[in-house]
Design a protein. Sequence first.
Lengths: 118, 116
Amino acid sequence: AQKITQTQPGMFVQEKEAVTLDCTYDTSDQSYGLFWYKQPSSGEMIFLIYQGSYDEQNATEGRYSLNFQKARKSANLVISASQLGDSAMYFCAMREGRGYNQGGKLIFGQGTELSVKP
Amino acid sequence: DTGVSQDPRHKITKRGQNVTFRCDPISEHNRLYWYRQTLGQGPEFLTYFQNEAQLEKSRLLSDRFSAERPKGSFSTLEIQRTEQGDSAMYLCASSLALGHPNYGYTFGSGTRLTVV
């Protein structure tokens, strides 16, 4: 069964430093997608970054990068130059399947609460 | 298009009452998903639609829960005979179908349900 594990309930980082949020996943599918979302206290889920299972390069989006290690089934999020506004819950999620009528739902991890200190 | 809209934002109801939530997806998105999120947890999948067809339902979706998307546009999620354990944030998301080059999920701001 597909599963996402985030082992860090809470993390602290100093402003302007980099931080890594861990995510491991379990799936028997060869085709899948990995997502990271940010959820501030207001509740909306904000998309950060996506990595496809067949993508050879690690995904990057501005200050966000995804350290994808397929053999280890890990997809860690790296946030560089942390800002106070980065304080939020962060969720790793996985989508299995490909094709027009297959799959589609996201399976989420438990989340990591990141606090950025001034 | 202003994104995914959910109504109401907050709902307080007495145990045993029925409640209905509405989700308006991004207009060109043919897939619509419902999730439930309790405090301190990640969202849990409930069900999803492709156009008007409900393609998958989670075991979490008891017979007190029903979802519809009658014309393939907006969707409603109804909870009958609410229980205190139903208190949660209910999130809606929409997307184009898998395989589309612009595939991606957009979430609404959620409906927070409190059952007293």
